[in-house]
Design a protein around this ligand. Structure first.
Ligand code: ADP
Ligand code: MG
Length: 138
């Protein structure tokens, strides 16, 4: 187990002023920041990141949303990081997310759901390396 996961604070949470609160929560929950940057995805890059969803009906909307504004991307480290972080962020649909989860507290809607969290160790590595070079991971 790598004990690392990858996250993004999505454009809705950035625009709504929740980035500070979300980062504070992540740090207080015991995640160590391995890498962190503020950036903006082009539609092409957002499409590449979410290529696994390209056949889904919401793909176009997702790409448009994820390239609509600034994001924060980060690699996080904690024991059992992938699974524990998925628990911390809550269900994809904030209406179904548990009380106190990041999506319950800060998400706008099913599509605009405040944060990303990797779903496997393998994808955490792929996604982290999509944004960060070896020289940016500590
Ligand atoms: P998660 O981010 O919880 O892993 P998925 O990998 O299934 O969820 O979907 C990726 C992202 O696509 C979601 O976080 C959300 O932003 C968007 N999305 C998922 N399902 C829908 C949907 N039915 N309608 C609109 N957007 C969706
Ligand atoms: Mg996913």
């Amino acid at each position: 187990m790598s004990n690392r996961t990858f996250t993004m604070i999505k454009p809705d949470a950035m625009k709504n002023g929740h980035a500070g609160a979300i980062l504070d929560r992540i740090i207080k929950e015991g995640y160590r920041i391995v890498a962190l940057k503020q950036t903006k995805l082009s539609a092409e890059k957002a499409g590449e990141f979410y290529a696994v969803h390209s056949a889904r009906p919401f793909y176009g909307e997702l790409v448009e949303f994820m390239s609509s504004g600034i994001i924060i991307a980060a690699i996080l480290e904690k024991e059992n990081a992938v699974a524990s972080f998925r628990t911390l962020i809550g269900a994809t649909d904030p209406a179904k997310a548990d009380e106190g989860t990041i999506r319950k507290m800060y998400a706008t809607s099913l599509g605009e759901n405040a944060v990303h969290g990797s779903d496997s160790d393998e994808n955490a590595e792929i996604e982290g390396s999509f944004f960060f070079s070896g020289l940016e991971k500590f």
